[in-house]
Design a protein around this ligand. Structure first.
Ligand SMILES: [Mg+2]
Length: 224
């Protein structure tokens, strides 16, 4: 299912909530980090083969999926005895903006939308990504789930967000590649929800059911 520009009535949208990784930015950096780069460090750290390092590490990482710990670099630094943010810095050249993200952000600014970044990413990672991509200038507010104490997958996040910046749920739209997050936002009552078909440019496009989904933002922007 794909939304076209006729299905988003921008006049009826006041608040635009945007996820960062996999939505505005290519998820390839993050996937490469957890699946390739970190196992490499872990194998050196433990003096074991890369494949064994992956086998040890990946189930451990996955067991925290969807929790705040999963997204918390301090947690993983403590848990693994490695400086995660420093290791991420080594591959910062892989941080990329997706397709037409900048054009979309410019469109939102030009149309006076209230633009809020809502992310589960750790603050150090937000800082690194803003430094590399310079997208920080487009947001009215940036909210990180770690400051609220709940990931976006939980209702607590949306309750805290609403306390921090009250918004009309009927006139709000969320773009997020994570379907659990979209479901959580739907449960909270956010009226408009859009997913991303291919969050990681190195992975095949996904079949999305239950939510509208786009590949490029131009699909939801009025023709220039
Ligand atoms: Mg994401």
């Amino acid at each position: 299912m794909t939304v076209s520009n006729t299905t988003i009535n921008w006049d009826a949208i006041e608040t635009v909530l945007l996820d960062m990784d996999g939505t505005l930015l290519d998820l390839h950096f993050d996937n490469h980090f957890w699946h390739e780069h970190l196992p490499l460090h872990w194998s050196r750290h433990r003096g074991i083969e890369l494949e064994q390092a992956r086998e040890e590490l990946l189930p451990r990482i996955r067991s925290h999926e969807g929790t705040l710990n999963w997204y918390c670099l301090d947690f993983w630094s403590r848990e693994l005895g490695l400086n995660i943010i420093e290791i991420k810095q080594e591959i910062r050249d892989l941080i990329r903006i997706r397709h037409d993200t900048e054009r979309f952000l410019e469109f939102l600014r030009a149309n006076d939308k209230h633009v809020i970044l809502v992310t589960n990413a750790h603050q150090d990672l937000i800082d690194m990504k803003f430094e590399v991509t310079q997208i920080g200038r487009f947001f009215d507010h940036v909210f990180c789930s770690h400051t609220f104490g709940f990931p976006k997958e939980e209702q607590g996040f949306w309750i805290r967000l609403h306390e921090a910046r009250p918004f009309n749920r009927e006139q709000a739209i969320l773009f997020d590649d994570n379907l659990s997050v979209l479901q959580s936002a739907r449960d909270y009552g956010i009226a408009h929800l859009v997913s991303i078909i291919q969050p990681d440019s190195s992975q095949p496009p996904r079949e999305i059911t239950g939510f509208a989904a786009i590949d490029r933002f131009e699909e939801v922007m009025p023709p220039a």
